[in-house]
Design a protein. Structure first.
Length: 547
């Protein structure tokens, strides 16, 4: 065999002269380089409260529940509540659905929130600034703003016209969804940070109250408590109640007036809660009249599902035309363009003893009388991106501003307003951190992750639901919570799986130690992209070299 044939049968690297293969720095062969980066997990992006979900799940994965709780508390002071009432859009965005099912983020958050209450974990306040902020409304938005302002060192006083704090958390969410000992514990923690909550005190004029109390700024978080009316021809003596009033009376241990066959008119969350409350108090099966089709209802899907499980009868594409005695005349509707209901001219009659109207609520904005610089449009207060109204020093959020009316959104508004108020009081402008690129499913190698079925929270059997207001959905235990947290795929962020280190043919990747990730030795990296290709979570990007 000729010497040339021997040389050609060997690998390319070994055909080079000694000192020109592994001993040489071959990075100059490269036309693109791998770069470690942090992408934005879709769960974080979808959270209206702005939680760093992946970060606190990471602590939970390690079994460090207090660190996980504290990470949540950086953004959301009400994790026990959110773990019960949030509609978890984070799970709807979770990339794991391409593998099996979304990570049970809401379940783990609830577990961590309960751990915080169980062990009495607290959050320190900042150094006193000498500034005093007025917050109007003790609902989720107001509580969130007060919490974050105290962390910044400001004095905070919350004013609320109700006899108990909590806003719509207390007056709009029944105990079977949110036990009051959990709600009270979260509020007490905020009070113990030094937030002063003044109850049964209605702010009638925000500017006058600010001047009288010598407040340096104000955050308005008045919830939507005023029920919307509807002109329905009613003859006879059928009792007509407002859904939000029914829930409020129930919280105050006052007779809510529900008896016999209850008919609820409305398709939102309040309508579902009013109907489920009626079922518990009357023993009859309530009927819910909804103008729109099932897929167009305003209530969250899980609220509708739970109502149906409890044998609530939902009559979609119906509207109430008149009430005569016990007879309720309904007109059947048809779904028109874009799902809008249109009259059909066909009618039917049902019977009832009590009619509950749950057609939505408005915000009482009379406290803004005398504030000509504040713009109100279609019942909403217009604010700039920093949550400030047209009146310098007065900020607003939650139900008052154009946005989705949810607890999670209100908490996010409270945090955002607090950060901007803090900057305003210091004569500065708050600049939020730049958001990274979202880690989409196509950036991941999901086949690297083993299948792990989602852990389902236990629920009360129907017979136990109908007998009272005990909490319906149960907790995960520690083992289940740990398992569920470990289903997280760490989308877009390195979790030190060592894949890149193992597959690199040039030994160009260095491990920096636990928690410090990796470093590429570019002198030796040829840019083959194996590390990026084999990264499970999409935390490596190949960038073109500048030539």
């Amino acid at each position: 065999m000729r010497p040339e044939a021997v040389l050609q049968s060997k690998s390319f690297a070994l055909t080079l002269d000694v000192g020109t293969s592994l001993l040489n720095k071959t990075g100059n062969w490269r036309n693109e380089r791998p770069v470690y980066l942090d992408r934005l997990p879709p769960c974080n992006h979808a959270c209206p409260a702005g939680e760093n979900i992946q970060a606190w799940l990471g602590h939970a994965i390690e079994g460090d529940y207090e660190a996980a709780w504290r990470q949540i508390m950086e953004d959301n002071p009400l994790p026990t509540i959110m773990g019960r009432v949030c509609y978890h859009p984070c799970e709807g965005a979770c990339n794991r659905v391409s593998l099996d099912e979304a990570v049970g983020v809401n379940s783990v958050e609830r577990f961590l929130g309960d751990q915080g209450i169980k062990y009495g974990w607290t959050v320190p306040v900042g150094e006193p600034t000498g500034k005093h902020v007025m917050v109007v409304g003790s609902g989720p938005g107001g509580l969130s703003a007060a919490y974050h302002l105290r962390r910044a060192g400001h004095d905070v006083t919350i004013f609320d016209s109700s006899p108990k704090a909590g806003g719509m958390l207390r007056w709009g969410i029944p105990k079977y969804r949110l036990p009051r000992e959990k709600l009270n514990a979260e509020i007490t923690r905020i009070e113990e940070m030094g937030v002063n909550i003044v109850l049964e005190t209605k702010v009638k004029n925000v500017q006058a109250s600010m001047k009288e109390g010598k407040f340096d700024a104000a955050f308005l978080a008045v919830g939507a408590h005023t029920p919307k009316g509807l002109d329905i021809p009613i003859t006879g003596e059928m009792s007509v109640l407002e859904g939000i009033t029914v829930l409020r009376d129930l919280e105050l241990d006052q007779p809510p007036g529900l008896q016999g066959q209850v008919v609820v008119y409305g398709g939102g969350n309040t309508a579902m809660d009013a109907a489920r409350t009626a079922a518990r108090l009357t023993g009859f099966k309530p009927k819910v009249i909804v103008r729109r089709n099932r897929d167009r209802m305003a209530a969250h899907e899980f609220e509708v599902d739970e109502a149906l499980v409890e044998n609530i009868e939902i009559l979609n594409l119906r509207t109430i035309k008149q009430v005569d005695g016990r007879n309720v005349t309904l007109e059947k509707m048809v779904a028109g363009d874009a799902g809008r209901p249109q009259a059909s001219g066909q009618y039917e009659t049902i019977e009832g003893d009590v009619l509950v109207l749950a057609l939505g609520q408005d915000v009482d904005l009379r406290l803004l009388d005398g504030c000509p610089d504040i713009t109100i449009k279609q019942g909403n207060v217009l604010v700039s991106p920093d949550m400030m109204t047209g009146q310098p020093g007065i900020f607003a959020g939650g139900d008052m501003v154009p946005s989705e009316r949810t607890v999670t959104t209100a908490i996010g508004h409270g945090k955002k307003a607090a950060r901007n108020i803090d900057a305003y009081l210091g004569g500065e402008t708050y600049t939020p951190a730049e958001k990274h690129e979202i880690a989409s499913e196509d950036m991941l190698n999901t086949w690297y992750y083993s299948g792990a079925d989602r852990t389902v929270r236990p629920t009360l059997e129907l017979i136990h639901r109908q007998s009272g207001f005990a909490e319906i959905v149960g907790d995960l235990d520690e083992d289940n919570a740990l398992f569920e947290a470990r289903r997280c795929m760490s989308c877009g962020n390195c979790f030190e799986c060592d894949n890149c280190y193992a597959v690199c043919p040039d030994n160009a990747i260095t491990k920096l130690g636990p928690g410090k990730r990796f470093e590429v030795k570019y002198d030796y990296c040829k840019g083959c992209a194996m590390c990026a290709t084999e990264c499970p979570c999409g935390a490596i990007e190949m960038l073109a070299e500048d030539i």
